[in-house]
Design a binder for this molecule. Structure first.
Ligand code: NAD
Ligand code: UFG
Length: 336
């Protein structure tokens, strides 16, 4: 069964590609490489032992996507493609509304025109804005604090309207918490361009000597050690969540919206300590003011995903750090 993976050369898409092959699907990557390297394709071939099907192009190119969906009789789309840097979205909002919202509209038009109406969508815990409490259940009020978050919210609403207009659409909205880690082979992993925005890749670059120290943004939050608490989820678990979502959509045809997290929160200092243990390297850090827009705590209720997808994250913080370190130490400059 052919499955289109938009943004399949990126961080989460490449890990999901492997999980899909292992589950017996035939994933096909559609990527414009705006935030990824074609070198990932060779690595995927080494890991899976088979040729990778990949088309270079944009989700916004309707005739191109239509032709691709038709030619390979695609049974579903897993839609990862989009931009994801919060700060950049504040500085360049139109870039985000264009690629994320308009890009998705065009992808959906191509899918509709070819009657390929099964979709798994990469949403984010960012749609909860500043949650009133934790753990966060899927029925919490949604909000946004930046154009990136708003783009995910608009896409979720667009998908709901589409299903309302035509029940043949089957959609799984997956709200990821904080994806980290890497494939255990050390051949693929997260490879941010420029200075990392997120904690784990920053810590990994300090450990490998690319950055002198970590800025810990805020030590006066109402948390156990004063630093921000997040629900880190291993990208391998996240990849399996996509396989389960696809199987569930195919088996019972019911649309769903679920959190993908572990249900457990760790502070910034927990992550620093776990990474020191995994890497054997000291992680120098300095306390810095709070980062604008950050919340104190954010972690998922995982009950609904357990029930609907028969899926639970298995890997803990130590595995997340060990696998990140294997990837980072073997590839100090990422895919360069
Ligand atoms: P990524 O940047 O590594 O991967 C996205 C891929 O999409 C890249 O390979 C990029 O080249 C491609 N792409 C971008 N625009 C495209 C277009 N118009 N046409 C074709 N390809 C295009 O990001 P990721 O971390 O793998 O995230 C995947 C998805 O998950 C994104 O939608 C992101 O918003 C969402 N998400 C990520 C996180 C996270 O922390 N990584 C958290 C929540 C949600
Ligand atoms: N942090 C630091 N120093 C850094 C980077 C991060 O102390 O250099 C702290 C942050 O203040 C926060 C925690 O580490 O307390 C995690 O920060 P990340 O940037 O890794 O993750 P966020 O939870 O802030 O952001 C993630 C995604 C966003 C998404 C958001 C909400 O990266 O795309 O979750 O779901 F919008």
């Amino acid at each position: 069964m052919h499955i289109l993976l938009t943004g399949g050369a990126g961080y989460i898409g490449s890990h999901t590609y492997i999980a899909l092959v292992q589950a017996g699907f035939t994933p096909v990557i559609l990527d414009d490489f705006s935030n990824s390297s074609p070198l990932v394709l060779e690595r995927l071939e080494r890991i899976t032992g088979r040729a990778v099907l990949c088309e270079r192009g944009s989700i916004a190119d309707v005739p191109f996507v239509k032709a691709l969906l038709e030619r390979l009789q695609m049974q579903a789309v897993i839609h990862f493609a989009g931009f994801k840097a919060v700060g950049e979205s504040v500085a360049q909002p139109l870039k985000y509304y264009d690629n994320n919202v308009a890009g998705t509209t065009h992808l959906l038009q191509a899918m509709d025109a070819t009657a390929c109406r099964t979709l798994v969508f990469s949403s984010s815990a960012t749609v909860y804005g500043d949650p009133v409490s934790v753990p966060i259940t899927e029925d919490f009020a949604r909000g946004h604090t930046n154009p990136y978050g708003h783009s995910k919210l608009v896409i979720e609403d667009m998908l709901a309207a589409l299903q309302n207009s035509d029940p043949s659409w089957k959609v799984a909205v997956l709200r990821y918490f904080n994806p980290v880690g890497a494939h255990p082979s050390g051949l693929i992993g997260e490879d941010p361009r420029g200075t990392p925005n997120n904690l784990m890749p920053y810590v990994a670059q300090v450990a490998v000597g690319r950055r002198p120290f970590l800025n810990v943004y805020g030590n006066d939050y109402p948390t156990e050690d004063g630093t921000g608490v997040r629900d880190y989820i291993h990208v391998q678990d996240l990849a399996l969540g996509h396989v389960q979502a696809l199987k569930t959509l195919k088996a019972n045809g019911k649309s769903l919206t679920v959190n993908l997290g572990t249900g457990r929160g760790y502070s910034v200092l927990d992550v620093v300590r776990a990474f020191e243990k995994a890497s054997g390297k000291p992680i120098a850090f300095e306390f810095a003011p709070r980062r604008q827009g950050d919340v104190a705590q954010c972690y998922a209720s995982t009950t609904l995903a357990n029930q609907l997808l028969n899926w639970t994250a298995q890997l803990g913080l130590d595995a997340m750090c060990t696998d990140t370190w294997r990837w980072q130490s073997a590839n100090p400059n990422g895919f360069e």
